[in-house]
Design a protein. Structure first.
Length: 243
């Protein structure tokens, strides 16, 4: 019963505070981008507070020492909306490869544009991949991390979905380290689920794959590493939730 009530209160606080903050900040649409960029970190702080103190959901990061100096590519397992809200905290002002449609969302899309992300139109196939690569080259100049969800969409725990080769196109074109990242967020914040659960999410940053290796070999290795570690973390979460 307590978990149910915390879930209700969290949803009220999460959606209510998000709408309130983004509405209050509408005047910043007419301000310089440097001002607009201050909104997402404030929002993320509010989200973390509601997660931790209302829902009872926290997280831990294992292997943070494996992150090389930017620029690098972080290939992140994608299970839920939770990790999309932690990328800024985990990687520090990253450029995120995301669906072009997200840039057009009311209120939020304005700030996504201000953060200089890498939007792609997935309906354009190879043309979209080429655009992604060319857009991502700017991170070499800015020395920002580039975050990619190599499966291209959220994948529920226990479901298998093939990886897309676009991450390797980036790896080959940019010639920078590729960092696999596993997690178990989907056990607590399920894909497309209204109800979330308290506990502790684990994010595991694995040793980087150095640039210059054969792309096909790296593609297979990347999938094996991320999937095996994410499966292990999912089992860890299951044991915690069963207690």
């Amino acid at each position: 019963m307590i978990r149910f009530l915390r879930g209700i209160l969290f949803n009220i606080a999460f959606y209510g505070s998000t709408l309130a903050l983004l509405t209050i900040c509408i005047p910043l649409w007419f301000a310089p981008r440097s001002w607009q960029r201050r909104v997402p970190p404030v929002w993320l702080t509010v989200v973390y507070w509601t997660e931790k103190y209302i829902l009872g959901l926290d997280y831990e990061v294992i292997g943070h020492e494996n992150l090389p100096p930017p620029p690098y590519i972080a290939a992140v397992k994608h299970q839920s909306a939770w990790e999309t809200m932690k990328l800024y905290t985990l990687f520090g002002n990253p450029a995120i490869v995301l669906k072009k449609e997200l840039m057009d969302l009311p209120l939020w899309g304005r700030y996504a544009k201000a953060m200089d992300m890498v939007p792609i139109d997935r309906s354009k196939g190879k043309e979209a991949t080429q655009f992604m690569v060319e857009s991502a080259k700017q991170i070499l100049i800015d020395k920002r991390p580039l975050v990619v969800f190599p499966q291209g969409t959220r994948v529920a725990i226990g479901t298998k979905r093939p990886y897309r080769y676009g991450v390797i196109k980036l790896y080959e074109a940019l010639d920078i380290p590729l960092v696999p990242v596993a997690l178990n967020a989907g056990a607590f914040w399920p894909r497309n689920a209204f109800w979330k659960r308290g506990g502790k999410i684990t994010v595991e940053i694995l040793p980087p794959i150095p640039p210059g290796r054969d792309g096909k070999e790296v593609f297979e290795e990347l999938q094996q590493i991320i999937e095996s570690r994410s499966d292990a973390l999912a089992e860890k979460a299951k044991r915690e939730l069963d207690v």
